[in-house]
Design a protein around this ligand. Sequence first.
Ligand code: CTP
Ligand code: MG
Length: 399
Amino acid sequence: MTLLPVPDTAVIVVAAGSGTRLRAGGPKALVGIDGRSILRHALDGVFAARPMQVVVVAPAGFEGDAESELRAAAGERADLGRVVTGGETRQLSVAAGLAALWGDVTRVLVHDAARALTPAAQIDAVADAVTDDAGVIPVLPVVDTLKRVDAAQVLSAVDRAELAAAQTPQGFPRLPLEAAYATALAAAVEYTDDAALYAAAGHPVRHVAGSERAFKITTPADLERARHLLAGGGPGAASIPLVPSIGIGTDVHAFGGEGSLWLAGLEWPDEPALSGHSDGDAVAHAIVDALLSAAGLGDIGQHFGTAHPEYAGAHADVFLARTLELVTAAGFRIGNVSVQFQGNRPRFSARRAEAERVLSSALGGARVIVAATTTDGLGFPGRGEGIAVMAVALLIPAS
Ligand code: CTP
Ligand code: MG
């Protein structure tokens, strides 16, 4: 049996947050980016750097999940890793990680699992720059023009050359970091990050270059950004959907438009017209919204609203063909679309097959099911004032 050298560096990967702002319904670290979770990606970066002791700080109750992610990322170096349970605050979670360090460790990195795509080179660069007394953080220059403001007024400009955005991992010599943590915990003071806590104990903190890829996944938009990066996408490239996705769309139009009625892709010459920016085809519009919703592409107003005059007066075929392009570019094909409208008129059953054919052909041959119902005289559809439609769509990953 070969004895591997015991590393002098440890990384504490804090992953115990709840992810309130991500709103994923579970701990953020376990949310999938592509086929792999945020934590798994963070650990892949860590294990691609130099051999270090790896302490994963997991949310209480999810230690087993964290352990599986750790084992998968560690490969043959499972001996380097262990999982501990986190605390109420990030600071308490880091403290839990510190308590699990091996005796030989002299240098500690603290890393947010939420910075899942941090390059291994950044982790090594931080470790290299730690000295006997100085801490190290990776930073990015601030690119926006910054102002100091109060509730209503701009008070002054801020020189951005003096500012930088802090990332992780943040690296420190072990003993002074442990002492600084002990002081902060005893005084029950919360610091914004480990560098602030370390500096408050009187130690210097230096900086090295951070990277765009080390951004923190905080909101759903950040998660999309991570997906986009992993898909190797340049601007406009689609993310990789992994599972089927359903969407819902509704639309309502009042009678009172010009000309004849357009509904479900068909012209109804003897029926009163619906009003609307386009032809008022509420069935087509609800389908568009259901498809866009399933693809996570926003809604009809965004893609076809009054800001797009080219769609004024357009019929279902134009809307649906463009929607098909959008969902295809996002990496999906259509499983099926089912739509039902509520209204007394037109009497639909005689033309159902024709409507389904027209709508299906506008969607590249996808399965479209159309139904109609009355509302027993109730509500605006029952009074004959307009039509209400609800559609659902199922999208399937293209490959
Ligand atoms: N973290 C932790 N323990 C806590 C709070 C946060 O280990 N009690 C970790 C998170 O898991 C994350 C990192 O600290 O990797 C940065 O925190 P943040 O991005 O704020 O994550 P959350 O606290 O989970 O998210 P939110 O603030 O939206 O709830
Ligand atoms: Mg938080």
